[in-house]
Design a protein around this ligand. Sequence first.
Ligand code: SF4
Ligand code: SF4
Length: 208
Amino acid sequence: MNINFWFLKGIFKGIKTEKFPKKAPLDIAPWSTALVGKGNVDCPVEAIKDGKWNFEKCIFCRRCLPEYAPNGDTAIYKVSGNDRTFKKSFHLFPLDSGACGACNVELHNIAAPQYDMTRLGIFFTNTPRHADAIVIMGVWTEGMGKVLERALEAMPGPKLVIAMGACAISGGIIGTGVTDKFNADVVIGGCPPNPYTILSALMKARGE
Ligand code: SF4
Ligand code: SF4
């Protein structure tokens, strides 16, 4: 009975997965996307200096509104190392080093039907031994430092290190960034990052 119910519900609702990246998404939540504006403002993390905005530091607190506002551009990531080996199958091992939980939710969201990362050949794995990339979220913490080292050691090569969110990149407002301790091949801006930023960065990381 239940099977019929879900089957009919599926037919009735239709396909919900986006055409992204073949077609630009119609609707993007403006936060966290690139901020544009002019002048200097009192930014708590000095993400705006000499009139220039730095996505790696921005915690998207909105204190600089209305001088600076998001423009919907989700390309706020940097890829310094990529590997085409992962083009068809890219397994991610998420590691929370000291996150508030919101980065974790947005990373989880890319597996939801709307974004459906598996159609792009991206998957999660719960062991570093099967991982192509480690996705680190949150600030660097004493307690998780050793865990992080062990996870990186356990990963087979080739492997990528991804720092996701302002905390992991620069320490956010309270801490030290993971990138101060480990070299990251990919940094994904946002607090938390937009799912489109995450997907675009992951695709770029495998040479697309
Ligand atoms: S949103 Fe906040 S952290 Fe980002 S630039 Fe503006 S004031 Fe700075
Ligand atoms: S970057 Fe922002 S959303 Fe992500 S863990 Fe830090 S505070 Fe939370």
